[in-house]
Write a protein that binds this ligand. Structure first.
Ligand SMILES: C[S@@+](CC[C@H](N)C(=O)[O-])C[C@H]1O[C@@H](n2cnc3c(N)ncnc32)[C@H](O)[C@@H]1O
Length: 294
């Protein structure tokens, strides 16, 4: 079999950026980690004591999906679950995406180029930038790097305080792990490590609500990974009309535990979007924006 240089290059980048939450690479939790996780769980439960009491008495008036989430986070979260969250910021990876998610992203990016869907690529919610690094690598290796840009959009100061109760409880846990705060300089350094910090990489720092409504351009691929309801809805509202026909909309957090799930469902209902969702794993989904009457 002939050596496929393009595939080998992208495999290398993918392996380099990946592995953030891979269970395989996780050593067992130490006693200190578990003690820290238990202490955090106690603090979060104390902070949401009213909700914990109401949950136990079945008196919280919320949709069943939200109640399931809250029961999981506030009543049933084990020390190992919390310890895993606390490890999120370990410096071993530039993305939280696992191998399947990265392979799927790479395939979407390649298809967008092969199918000549007009526009740039963008990720809203980038953390250390790994998914964007892979997206830029695909553009460059397929010879599209001078015609298409990769937009890296983030507060570069971590997650904002969310409004919904379930998001707020999850945030109370994530805050202890730094709320995904990574500076713009650190993300730029990560691009540079792979030789990919070039003029086609554009950074859009700030809160989505401040930056995205003013963004001008066209997108062939939009990846949303901002977790919360408001972050996701704002991004869809600001950018959906800028995605070309045939473009890819990838939602990282399409899981009932995370506010993004309701945001996507509400947006699709509001805009009457029926393009089929493709499931990548138990969280990530994407759809292609098909022209009317397709
Ligand atoms: C789960 S992390 C993203 C993970 C990343 N895509 C990866 O490949 O590992 C969520 C990111 O969204 C950003 N974020 C969430 N809501 C935001 C908002 N409203 N404005 C700006 N950044 C936001 C956070 O700063 C954080 O970096």
């Amino acid at each position: 079999m002939a050596f496929d240089l393009e595939q080998s290059y992208l495999d290398l980048i993918q392996t380099g950026v990946g592995g953030g939450l891979s269970k395989v690479s996780q050593p067992p939790f130490s006693k200190d980690e578990l003690a820290r996780a238990r202490a955090l769980t106690r603090r979060v439960r104390a902070r949401f004591a009213t909700e914990v009491r109401a949950l136990k008495k079945n008196k919280l008036q919320l949709p069943e999906a939200a109640l399931t989430t809250l029961r999981g986070l506030l009543l049933h979260f084990e020390a190992e679950d919390v310890a895993r969250l606390l490890r999120i910021n370990s410096p071993s990876a530039q993305t939280l995406l696992g191998p399947e998610a990265l392979t799927s992203l790479r395939n979407c990016a390649r298809q967008a180029i092969w199918l000549r869907v007009p526009g740039d690529f963008m990720e809203c919610g980038t953390w250390r930038g790994g998914a964007c690094i892979l997206m830029r690598a695909v553009q460059n290796v397929l010879g599209a790097g001078t015609r298409r840009r990769t937009w890296v959009v983030d507060s570069f100061a971590g997650l904002p305080q969310p409004e919904g109760l379930a998001d707020a409880v999850l945030h109370a846990f994530l805050k202890e792990a730094g709320s995904f705060a990574v500076s713009l300089e650190e993300v730029q350094e990560n691009f540079a490590r792979y030789g990919l910090l070039d003029d086609g990489v554009q950074f859009l720092p700030g809160w989505f609500a401040d930056t995205l409504p003013h963004w001008q351009g066209q997108l062939a691929l939009l990846r949303l990974d901002g977790d919360w309801y408001e972050s996701t809805y704002t991004a869809l509202e600001s950018l959906y009309d800028k995605v070309s026909w045939g473009g890819f909309i990838i939602i990282d957090d399409y899981h009932p535990v995370i506010g993004a799930y309701d945001a996507v469902n509400d947006f699709r209902t509001a805009r009457d979007i029926t393009d089929p969702m493709v499931k990548v794993d138990n969280q990530i989904h994407f759809w292609r924006k098909l022209p009317p009457n397709n």
